[in-house]
Design a protein around this ligand. Structure first.
Ligand code: CA
Length: 227
């Protein structure tokens, strides 16, 4: 079941999204307000991706994102941002979104983004069961991360980034390579999404996120996992 929730208060934009996602084979649930979206997600726990508009009459898209993430790390979240809202992209990702699309977007761009998250949220991993790099253990069967035996809660995207790092210890990875490896080659997004996701991941896994010891920056290039 490929179920997607679309939260957008403007009915013309909502219909545009809904029509295109249905055409691409998705089962789509619609919501006009944040409150309605949260209710519908409770009624449809098998929803795998949520598209969240930010400017809404009641609670805004960031708050909806925060409330979803408080109980659901598995669902993929894409924020719908306006061209003028540069900062919103970063804020959205920091509240737990996996991606954003800027309005106006084409049907092809939209479905490519949803497809990318859908692939990430459903597929079981068939490689080795666990990667053990003290103090971290990544369990690829149940997609969890532990540090010193303590579970660290990760979104699907953060998990995918950790797995990529732990499979490439000591290797400098360019931001382009990371985008290809984690988001996929057919991804349309910007390199900045790599930086924002890594900033958020550092807050979760580093002892001191401002002076990272595990995910280090390779200036002018990308990042490296210090195993
Ligand atoms: Ca709106």
């Amino acid at each position: 079941m490929k179920k997607v929730l679309v939260l957008e208060d403007e009915s013309s934009i909502r219909s545009f999204i809904v029509i295109n996602l249905r055409r691409a084979g998705y089962d789509v649930i619609e919501a006009e307000s944040g409150e309605e979206a949260l209710e519908k997600l409770q009624e449809n726990p098998d929803t795998r991706v949520a598209l969240l508009d930010i400017m809404l009459p009641g609670i805004d898209g960031f708050e909806v994102c925060r409330r979803i993430r408080a109980t659901n790390l598995r669902i993929g979240i894409i924020m719908l941002t306006a061209r003028s809202q540069e900062m919103d992209k970063v804020t959205g990702l920091m509240t737990g979104a996996d991606d954003y699309v800027t309005k106006p977007f084409s049907p092809a761009e939209l479905t490519a983004r949803v497809d990318a998250l859908m692939r990430r949220s459903g597929v079981a991993d068939e490689t080795a069961d666990r990667i053990n790099q003290p103090p971290f253990v990544l369990n690829t069967r149940n997609r969890t991360l532990e540090k010193d035996g303590q579970r660290i809660k990760l979104t699907q995207m953060e998990y995918a980034i950790m797995k990529m790092f732990m499979e490439n210890p000591g290797k400098a990875l360019s931001r382009e390579e990371i985008l290809d490896l984690v988001w996929g080659r057919d991804y349309f997004g910007e390199l900045k999404i790599v930086d924002v996701n890594i900033r958020r991941l550092r807050l979760k896994i580093e002892d001191n996120a401002t002076n990272p010891a595990y995910i280090t920056t390779v200036w002018g290039y990308g990042y490296k996992w210090e195993a």
